[in-house]
Design a protein around this ligand. Structure first.
Ligand code: NAD
Ligand code: ZN
Length: 358
């Protein structure tokens, strides 16, 4: 079991990663002062059928009165409509201001539950129990919560930190290989922007990760969370440094919208990282051999190592609509080398096009 503490000055909480933690969740919560009797698990039907009972039993064993609220799986549930239904369910259960909400699932459940916890009765305690590699290594850390509005992703949301995050790496065993690779993308990103040694470690252990070697997964999830936590601590509200977490995302978001969501987020970010690393290379920053290493790791992780054939014009239009555009200028987080990144603005369409097709 590994523990990372995230401390923004205003908020401080632990992010625990390890095998079999759902079985210990009741004890972990009690140890940390969660004493009220009522507790609510918010999850999706797939995760509930696989892991819901383990968590529920562990809580009941420790004296909690548990209510499980399950929604269908899928991004569509990140909506104000579903949030509204959850408020009704919480009211029916007589949930109080001290009743903790436990988010058991991937990033969708984490974002939705976080939003509901932040707004129900002006805020109730939130605990994240992420069950995908993407949510354990990335989305459950940093306090961003949101629902979508119409076609606009994450349009309505608030910053709201959990009191505790428990990442049970044993739950990753029920993911498909595609879901696992999708989550690896953001973890690789953390190595590229902040930690060369971690990138080396990922290169050396990529096969073990994909075979779900527990000590390796524990280290990978925990270090990935730590890298993100250290960035968030310096820029909680996303006004500066936190932008470097957007490496791969300017192009990645454009790919997601152009592909009509056929390409998943992590997969799109992987292609985005390659294109953006190439932009850096074309600007004389990232060296050829480092670009090759990134490509090789992506391939070994089961992600695409060659860009899609994309119409540059469509990508330019999509970039213009992105929320990272400020005063009409695009904004990229680009790696200088493996382990270090900078924020740049106003990259010319000519360079972007060259990077897209090369
Ligand atoms: N808040 C943030 O900072 C942040 C950052 C990145 C992404 N996100 C959000 O995260 C979401 C994507 O998260 P995701 O990739 O985890 O998707 P997800 O939550 O939709 O989960 C993917 C699928 O895996 C299933 N699943 C989850 N855990 C499982 C397990 N252990 N075994 C078997 N199946 C399991 C789910 O039922 C779902 O069908 C997006 O909505 C994105 O906007 C948020
Ligand atoms: Zn992302």
């Amino acid at each position: 079991m590994k523990t990372v503490t995230l401390n923004t000055g205003r908020y401080s909480y632990d992010i625990i990663a390890g095998a079999g933690l759902l079985q210990q969740a009741g004890t972990l919560l009690k140890e940390r002062g969660f004493t009220g009797s009522k507790i609510v698990i918010i999850t999706d039907d797939r995760v509930n059928s696989l892991h819901g009972d383990t968590l529920k039993k562990s809580l009941e064993k420790n004296g909690f009165e548990v209510r499980v609220i399950s929604v269908p799986p899928g991004e569509e549930q990140k909506s104000l409509e579903t949030a509204g239904r959850l408020y009704n369910d919480l009211t029916d259960f007589y949930a109080e201001r001290t009743t903790p909400l436990l988010a058991l699932g991937g990033g969708v459940i984490g974002d939705l539950t976080g939003f509901v916890a932040a707004t129900y009765m002006r805020g109730v305690p939130l605990v994240q129990l992420p069950t995908t590699l993407l949510s354990q290594g990335d989305s459950s850390i940093g306090g961003k919560t949101a629902v979508n509005h119409g076609k606009l992703k994450n349009k309505v949301g608030v910053f709201y930190h959990p009191r505790l995050t428990i990442s049970d790496i044993s739950t990753l065993g029920t993911l498909t290989p595609r879901e696992l690779s999708n989550g690896l993308s953001e973890i690789i990103k953390h190595g590229v922007i902040r930690d060369r040694e971690f990138f080396d470690y990922l290169e050396e252990n990529i096969d073990k990760i994909r075979k779900l070697d527990e000590p390796v997964l524990e280290k990978v999830v925990s270090r990935s969370a730590e890298i993100k936590a250290r960035v968030v601590e310096k820029d909680e509200l996303d006004t500066g440094l936190r932008n470097i977490l957007n490496f791969g995302h300017t192009i990645g978001h454009a790919i997601e919208s152009v592909s009509g969501l056929q390409v998943w987020h992590g997969e799109a970010v992987a292609i985005g990282m390659l294109v953006e690393a190439r932009i850096s290379n074309l600007m004389g920053m990232m060296k050829n051999n480092e670009l090759d290493r990134l490509k090789a790791l992506m391939k070994a992780a089961g992600l695409r190592s060659e860009p899609l054939e994309l119409d540059p014009e469509k990508i330019f239009v999509a970039i213009k609509h992105d929320k990272k555009v400020i005063n009409g200028k695009n904004r990229f987080a680009l790696p200088l080398k493996i382990g270090e990144a900078i924020i740049t603005e106003d990259i010319s369409n000519q360079i972007i096009e060259k990077a897209l097709v090369s």
